[in-house]
Design a protein around this ligand. Structure first.
Ligand SMILES: Nc1ncnc2c1ncn2[C@@H]1O[C@H](COP(=O)(O)OP(=O)(O)OP(=O)(O)O)[C@@H](O)[C@H]1O
Ligand SMILES: [Mg+2]
Length: 485
């Protein structure tokens, strides 16, 4: 077998026998006291730091018994096999190796395990060695939007718009930290006490954030925004009731006619999804440049340049900010600039771009309603140290942004587009807005689901002439007219 430390298992003193209901090893290996980054990034196997709860109790549950068996088998495995070597194999080979060795350990120790239990033990050990340990089953599920780990014993997921506590637990914070380390080291970063905040991406494109102690007080905190291979399309959003077919047509006109758009919304409200949908209406001939902190957008057009920011390195140098990217974009002959998330002084550069002929540029912003989105942009510009009078900044905003699309996650977990709002101009010092479409909440049904409806306001958009110019006047008038089926 590949990677064995000392040939056949019986060539060395056999490890302590594992009995089905036996307690965890008497002298568990000490948890690493060195910073996690110094711990072998790939395979610090999940060794038990302490006896799992309930062990040794006469009434220990089946799952505890299986957990004990797994720990015992795992310890035998690491005593007989060099996991660093084994990790160099392909995942399929690793599984094959582990299956063989585990079968050998089970027969040597005379363990009584059903076929199903054996498979569970093998799968768990493979997950520990190869992947994200206890998170693997969650990663495999496609109905999960977010995975949130608050220390080793609390793993939450967001599914169907609801946040749920799972019964998944890591053995201890060291195991969790090792997995965090393994994730971030795959993209050449590291997380430890010296640099406890880190953004990374999983191989499948999922966005990851790790914040480690001492900043995160109760153990490492890991947040994963699962990457959806099949991104939600506008049609799917219509089928979910996020927007009506007419509303979707309005967005189609907005995307196609090169209207400058800001998608606004709270955290996880579906801003990036919506931005991605809007980009699908960009003409294939247009040169599009995207700037993101972590590449999430999936544009289908052929002529796209994707840019990503970079955090500072360990010496604190080399950072490339969103502002650097947006400024650089302007020298790349873009036709449209798409900024994944506007959250700082790059707002100023995006407005400049929108004001200087890069029509159809788009970005997302964290805000709870369209009016607030405008003040957020104002604040971001102020934070960037631009000492412009408030009126000038507002004029810039009013001249640049044409439409704000507001997304929201309602309290029942459903996601809705609550406003399609147009910026019409300025009245004195105030930016004037007009809603083209709004979502009205009417009440709640027997199951606690929010009942509401999308309503066109009937106002004539300021970008009407633009729609005519792009040959989409009819589509626009049909989308806005609710009396037409
Ligand atoms: N209308 C929708 N209906 C159901 N699920 C949705 C909808 N829009 C987005 N989602 C899902 O919700 C999750 C969050 O979406 P998204 O990443 O677009 O949110 P966000 O507002 O950009 O979040 P963040 O603030 O973290 O950047 C994703 O898993 C996405 O697939
Ligand atoms: Mg987002």
């Amino acid at each position: 077998m590949f990677g064995k430390r000392s040939g056949p298992m019986d060539a060395k003193p056999p490890p302590k026998p594992v009995e089905a209901a036996a307690p965890a090893p008497a002298t568990p290996p000490a948890e690493p006291s060195v910073p996690a980054a110094q711990v072998a990034p790939q395979h610090q196997p999940s060794q038990p730091a302490a006896k799992p709860k309930g062990l040794g109790d006469t009434g220990a549950s089946e799952s505890h018994r299986l957990q004990d068996v797994k720990i015992g088998i795992f310890n035998d495995l690491i005593n007989s096999v060099d996991l660093t070597e084994i990790s160099k194999l392909s995942p399929a080979q690793v599984r094959e190796e582990i299956t063989d060795i585990v079968a050998e350990i089970i027969s040597m120790r005379n363990l009584v395990l059903s076929q199903g239990e054996t498979q569970t033990v093998i799968a768990d050990i493979c997950n520990d060695v190869l992947g994200l340990g206890p998170l693997e089953p969650l990663i495999a599920r496609d109905d999960i939007a977010d995975i949130m780990v608050n220390g080793y014993d609390k793993v939450y997921i967001e599914t169907g718009g609801r946040i749920i506590l799972t019964d998944i637990k890591f053995r201890d914070n060291a195991q969790l930290m090792n997995i965090c380390q393994r994730i971030v080291s795959a993209v050449g970063r590291r997380v430890d006490e010296a640099s406890p905040i880190c953004d990374a991406r999983l191989l499948d494109g999922s966005r990851v954030n790790v914040i480690a102690p001492p900043l995160s007080i109760d153990g490492p905190s890991l947040t994963i925004r699962k990457f959806k291979k099949d991104k939600l399309t506008l049609d799917k959003l219509v089928s979910f009731g996020t927007i009506t077919p007419k509303g979707a047509n309005l967005l189609k006109v907005i995307g196609h006619c090169r209207v400058n758009v800001v998608v606004s919304g709270g955290t996880g409200s579906g801003k990036t999804t919506l931005l991605n949908c809007l980009t699908s209406f960009i003409d294939t001939g247009e040169r599009v440049i995207t700037c993101e902190d972590s590449a999430e957008l999936q544009l289908q057009q052929p002529h796209v340049v994707r840019l990503e920011t970079r955090p500072p390195n360990l010496e604190g140098v080399g950072e490339i900010t969103m502002r650097d990217l947006v400024k650089n974009c302007l020298r790349m002959r873009p036709e449209r600039i798409i900024v994944g998330e506007v959250r700082g002084p790059e707002a100023f550069d995006l407005l400049q771009a929108m004001n200087t002929g890069h029509d159809g540029s788009m970005g997302t912003i964290h805000a709870n309603n369209p009016r607030e989105a405008i003040s957020r942009i104002e604040n971001m510009i102020a934070m960037g140290g631009f000492t412009l009078p408030a009126k000038t900044v507002r004029e810039q905003i009013a001249g640049a942004v044409q439409v704000i699309v507001q997304a929201a996650r309602l309290r029942d977990g459903s996601r809705r587009i609550t406003h399609v709002t147009e910026i019409v101009g300025m009245e004195g010092e105030v930016v004037t807005l007009q809603d083209l479409m709004v979502y009205e909440i009417l009440g709640e049904d027997a199951n606690g689901k929010i009942v509401g409806r999308h309503k066109m306001t009937g106002l004539r958009p300021k970008f009407w002439d633009r729609a005519r110019y792009f040959g989409m006047e009819r589509e626009l008038s049909e989308a806005l007219d609710e009396s037409l089926a």
